[in-house]
Design a binder for this molecule. Structure first.
Ligand code: FES
Length: 141
């Protein structure tokens, strides 16, 4: 009997560990899925805004466009610009470069994590997977 409980515990642990793998994939916030897969060379002059931490820029793609935000020297976050309140509004980065706001509903999101700071939206911005090799930044689902 104890052996069965032990095996069942291992099975549950496997399920829990299996779930954590999905954190490396695109965050699903209800924003419609659109295939995203592109690579940019951040040394290209058109991406000069991404050469320093806290830099950001808009790029085409996703459901309503994408914001790429440089969190640190080697970490970039890529957010869909769709406001997650009802997936209709489009967020814009504020002058402070710290938050994105949908001016139609007033929802705000921090660029550090995409989390909703101020409602009515409660879900975070949809986030895409990023990988950076020191020169090339890939954004994908
Ligand atoms: S999503 Fe419609 S107003 Fe923010």
């Amino acid at each position: 009997m104890r052996k069965r409980v032990f095996i069942a515990s291992l099975f549950l642990l496997g399920i829990i560990c299996g779930c954590s793998k999905s954190s490396s994939t695109t965050t699903n916030t209800g924003v419609p899925n659109v295939a995203v897969n592109f690579t940019i060379d951040i040394n290209n002059p058109q991406y000069v805004n991404l050469t320093v931490p806290s830099g950001w820029m808009y790029v085409t793609g996703g459901y309503h466009g994408i914001i790429i935000y440089r969190v640190s020297q080697d970490q970039f976050n890529a957010y869909d610009r769709t406001c997650t309140y009802n997936n209709a509004g489009i967020v814009q980065v504020e002058k402070s470069s710290l938050i994105a706001i949908d001016s139609s509903c007033g929802s705000t999101f921090t660029l550090l994590s995409g989390a909703a700071q101020h409602g009515p939206a409660t879900l975070p911005l949809k986030q895409y997977v990023t990988s950076f090799d020191g020169t090339n930044l890939t954004v994908s689902n």
